[in-house]
Design a protein around this ligand. Structure first.
Ligand SMILES: [Zn+2]
Length: 64
């Protein structure tokens, strides 16, 4: 299962969670405050849709 990063809007912490793809867009429980007001961040390695590989930059992170 892929690893996703989440941001807790309640306490402001970020945390990682290994969740099924079908569960990834659901609210995750923050391990710090127990809140469910979280948002999924863009995964570093699963960010790009497979169809948008237009920029031919090898190893280009494009995280900025
Ligand atoms: Zn929290």
């Amino acid at each position: 299962m892929p690893l996703y990063e989440y941001h807790c809007k309640k306490c402001g912490k970020q945390f990682e969670n290994v969740v099924a793809i079908s569960e990834a867009d659901k609210k995750q429980v923050c391990p710090y405050c127990g809140g469910k007001n979280t948002e999924k961040l863009i995964s570093l390695f699963a960010a790009k849709p497979a169809s948008s590989s237009s920029a031919g930059m090898p190893g280009g992170g494009g995280f900025t």
